[in-house]
Design a protein around this ligand. Structure first.
Ligand code: BT5
Length: 249
């Protein structure tokens, strides 16, 4: 309920028991001129992932969207996706779940070779090339959700499944928002923090890009979010926007 979410957050919070999509609501608020608002829901009935894919959002999750207006050029906006991944990873680790980040937008839990998706992040924005007007960072955390209720093909997991007991969503969300607030104001620290939690670096990867797949070893990340890949024919720098899929090969 809304009471559970008595958040002391650096944003004003709009809570919904059920809403089609917190990102869609945050975009509407952006159109009305709002900023520094978090839209939070217990359940989404029309949650969206990248490329208009469905995001399953049953009751018990932490489905939220942060609307803000950073003073940065459009090209820097991918850094906020990384910032959200770092923030949610820290909050998950504090809750006892050993999360790490798979470039660019997944937070997952690794068990040996297996990777289970815990979180998805969808960043949307509008503005001019030299200045963003608004950014909406949508963060979908499988908090107190049974993975059996989520699509199998993504190999999903949840905070409660990993912990063996429910997580305090108020505390978790509060820590997530505090971390995100600090990172969004100091984007220089984001890339370094990201490296600390990344599973991707050092791995053989295959990234699907509009220009075709790129295979090689992921060696680094560059501000504001591009992956550096050593391929047989040289070094490739793949920007977050180019990535459709990445998996170990
Ligand atoms: C993402 O997309 O991972 C971004 C998801 C962002 C969701 C948040 S929730 C709050 C805000 N409001 C919204 O409407 N959206 C944002 P993508 O990388 O495209 O992954 C989507 C794929 O993940 C789907 O095609 C499924 O295979 C899988 N999937 C769907 N729901 C899932 C879930 N709850 N947990 C794990 N995997 C899921």
């Amino acid at each position: 309920s809304a009471v559970e979410y008595g958040l002391d957050a650096p944003f004003s919070v709009e809570y919904h028991d059920s809403i089609p999509s917190t990102n869609a609501r945050a975009r509407d608020l952006a159109a009305e001129g709002a900023s520094d608002v978090v839209v939070l829901a217990d359940e989404q009935t029309g949650g969206r992932g990248r490329l208009d894919r469905d995001w399953h959002s049953p009751s018990g999750g932490a489905w939220l969207s942060v609307l803000f207006r950073p003073d940065v050029p459009m090209a820097h906006a991918p850094v906020f996706t990384l910032a959200a991944a770092v923030a949610v990873t820290r909050a998950a680790r504090e809750a006892g779940v050993d999360a790490s980040i798979k470039w660019p937008n997944d937070v997952l839990v690794r068990r040996g070779e297996e990777e289970r998706k815990l979180v998805g992040i969808l960043t949307e924005m509008e503005g001019e090339a030299d200045r963003v007007s608004w950014v909406v960072v949508g963060i979908g955390v499988n908090a107190n959700v049974d993975p059996a209720d989520l699509p199998d093909e993504a190999n999903p997991t949840s905070l409660s499944a990993e912990r063996g007991e429910p997580v305090d969503r108020r505390l978790f969300t509060q820590r997530l928002l505090e971390e995100f607030d600090s990172l969004r104001q100091d984007t220089e620290q984001v890339v370094e923090a990201w490296r600390e939690y990344a599973t991707t670096l050092g791995q053989q990867v295959r990234v699907e890009t509009p220009g075709g797949p790129i295979e090689g070893e992921a060696v680094d990340i560059q501000f504001p979010g591009a992956l550096v890949i050593e391929t047989e024919s040289g070094t490739e720098v793949v920007s977050a926007g180019d990535c459709e899929h990445l998996r170990p090969v």
